[in-house]
Design a protein around this ligand. Structure first.
Ligand code: GDP
Ligand code: CO
Length: 385
């Protein structure tokens, strides 16, 4: 794969945020060139090596089953796939449908897929026993929420001994795009100099139907607002205006396990924005650092622009409003957010939203092997392949 070098890099303490890097050439055997000649070139072989150390977590809630099947088919067989579902069990058991589809997929493809339902009582119990209660409700089940599902996926990825954990949304209509995301994650990890790295996908365009014809829009409304406030949060400390953050809401993203373990997460749809905030809080040098190792090694955030357009399910205005609210609340709640900025962000909150801004903490203290053993025993995980 050949990639543009980032035109600009913003530094915030030990955190390095790279500007967008476009994919120039999707696939090449190529030389290993980290930018000496003006482009980065990552050999196909290195991409495959990293993929074999990567788990791909697919959070899913009531998506179209054939879209999910396409996503599975797009993920290289080297990767362990972990489906974390919060789909409805009644009146139609959507989870059962997913399970059947996965079983059939694995029967034909002979690859490895794990699947769990996030509200399964066995999962809640295992988390309670391994002392990770932040994602449980009063009855001891894991709460609804995408963030909650993602954390379960990360625990399982760690239990599987993976070095990298990546996410792809289940509502990606084009399998080719998903395949590209995974290659791009691996390429970025190959380029990373620090063991603490994150890759976030920025799409070249999002196709929409407008006035009866196709229109390829560049920025979604919600991400434009969130990117702006995240950038303001950075500027308010550096004293320089910046537009460096372009992927505040990127659901398709990946981390080294070493970085994932250091982070605190957030409920529902605030999680992607909060990951960046948490990195800035922990390693940005403004607040007291929580861990000296990433301070010395640095934390790298890559933002990669794919060749494929991003085409996913349109979930409507209400969903977008809630997503905006979750993200804005994450920004407002940060100790890095100045009073002036807090007021500005508050004015931006949608009229109606459910106020949920719970931190769901970090999973570093969980003995992931014990967690996995427990849920195998309770029959809460289905491991195919
Ligand atoms: P958007 O693409 O960011 O607008 O958000 P989506 O609604 O498409 O959600 C992103 C992904 O998370 C999709 O694959 C959803 O099916 C999935 N998702 C949404 N809510 C939940 C949840 O509560 N639990 C899990 N496990 N997945 C969820
Ligand atoms: Co979506």
């Amino acid at each position: 794969m050949k990639l543009e070098l980032p035109r600009q890099t913003e530094r915030f303490g030990s955190v390095q945020i790279n500007d967008i890097q476009r994919v120039l050439l999707l696939d090449s055997a190529g030389d290993d060139d980290r930018g000496q000649t003006g482009v980065s070139s990552v050999p196909r072989k290195s991409i495959h090596e990293i993929e074999s150390k990567m788990a791909i977590v697919i959070p899913v809630k009531d998506e179209k089953i054939n879209v999910l099947e396409g996503v599975l088919g797009a993920i290289p067989s080297e990767c362990l796939v972990i489906v974390v579902s919060n789909s409805s069990r009644e009146p139609v058991d959507m989870f059962r449908t997913e399970l059947d589809m996965v079983e059939q997929h694995v029967h034909f493809t002979k690859r490895e897929v794990w699947i769990v339902h996030q509200t399964d009582p066995g999962i809640g119990k295992a988390l309670k026993n391994t002392h990770y209660k932040e994602i449980l409700d009063a009855e001891g089940s894991v709460r609804d929420g995408k963030g909650e599902g993602m954390v379960i996926g990360m625990l399982l990825a760690k239990a599987a001994g993976k070095e990298y954990v990546a996410f792809v949304d289940a509502d990606n209509y084009f399998p080719g795009a998903v395949h590209e995301y995974v290659s791009v994650y691996a390429a970025a990890f190959h380029l990373a100099r620090s063991p603490y790295a994150m890759v976030r996908i920025s799409w070249a365009s999002k196709p929409k139907i407008q006035d009866g014809s196709l229109y390829f829009s560049k920025w979604g409304r919600i991400s434009a607002v969130n990117n702006m406030y995240l950038n303001k949060l950075i500027s308010s400390h550096t004293g320089f205006d910046t537009e460096i953050v372009k992927t505040a809401n990127s659901g398709d993203h990946a981390m080294t396990m070493k970085l994932a373990e250091m982070l605190d997460f957030r409920q529902a749809f605030g999680i992607e924005t909060y990951e960046i905030i948490d990195i800035l809080e922990k390693f940005g040098g403004v607040l007291k650092p929580t861990n000296s190792k990433p301070m010395a090694d640095g934390v790298e955030i890559f933002q990669m622009e794919t060749l494929d357009p991003h085409f996913h399910e349109d979930k409507g205005e209400e969903h977008l409003g809630q997503m905006l609210a979750d993200s804005l609340l994450a920004i407002m709640g940060s100790p890095l957010c100045t009073e002036t900025l807090q007021k500005e962000v508050e004015a931006e909150l949608p009229e109606e939203f459910e106020k949920r801004e719970k931190s769901i903490g970090s999973f570093i203290r969980v003995n992931t092997e014990a967690f996995l053993q427990r849920i195998i025993k309770s029959g809460s995980i289905f491991m195919f392949g």
